[in-house]
Design a protein around this ligand. Structure first.
Ligand code: GRF
Length: 215
């Protein structure tokens, strides 16, 4: 069974969506560890409720960012984690972690990458005036939201949308496509070729756009 480690900084609703799919038996995975960079991250409460080990690793205790991510990588490796899922983790992952888990770190971003990377993807989209936005699950490299795209889902942006209303619409899809992408990984159906992710036997679903549609 796939072993997963999750990194989060806050609310953890995406973390919850992964827990729920695993507990329902639809995702054949075991979430073994939650790492947070903030002691009061609500994600910790979720971990406690579901008896998932959690660690607060304080970035202030490390001389450099690389040292911080080396420590996180060591904790994940010590637990034989195979896939790392960033779930609202508000830091750019550094080389020691990326190198320890090549194409084995995923992230969910609340915009259709490469549009609107970085913070507040939903607000950036609303402010720009795009008609369609959405969310992206991608593999993580050392850039900011630049790694190979696994799944994207699109939603309309309405003229009266605020950051909050658009975020809520996007979040519903985040909770679908993130566990879905992890499921594809768990089933061994993802193959990364350069920056293209091939999905074996992938069906195009009406409710979101899968990129690429056919593996
Ligand atoms: C989500 O919108 C996610 O796309 C972004 O940060 C937010 C985290 O929300 N990376 P949650 O902590 O998973 O509820």
């Amino acid at each position: 069974m796939l072993t997963i480690g999750v990194l989060a900084s806050g609310r953890g609703s995406n973390f919850q969506s992964i827990i729920d799919e695993a507990e329902a038996g639809r995702l054949k995975a075991s979430i073994k560890l939650l790492v947070v960079d903030k002691p009061d991250a609500y994600a910790v409460e979720r971990a406690k409720k579901h008896s998932i080990e959690h660690l607060f690793i304080n970035p202030k205790e490390f001389p450099s960012k690389d040292d911080y991510f080396r420590k996180i990588a060591a904790e994940l490796k010590a637990r034989d984690i195979e896939l790392v899922a960033l779930a609202g983790f508000m830091r750019i992952v550094r080389k020691p972690l990326v190198d320890a888990f090549p194409n084995r770190i995923m992230n969910i971003h609340p915009a259709l990458l490469p549009s609107f990377p970085g913070l507040h993807g939903q607000k950036q989209a609303a402010d720009y005036g795009v008609r369609i936005s959405g969310c992206t699950v991608h593999f993580v490299d050392e850039g900011m939201d630049t790694g190979p795209v696994i799944i994207q889902a699109a939603v309309p942006v309405r003229p009266d949308d605020t950051e909050d209303t658009l975020s809520a619409r996007i979040l519903k899809l985040e909770h679908k496509i993130y566990p879905e992408a992890i499921k594809l990984y768990a089933e061994g159906r993802l193959r990364v070729e350069g920056r293209i992710v091939k999905i074996a036997g992938c069906e195009l679903k009406d409710e979101y756009i899968v990129n690429p549609p056919i593996g």
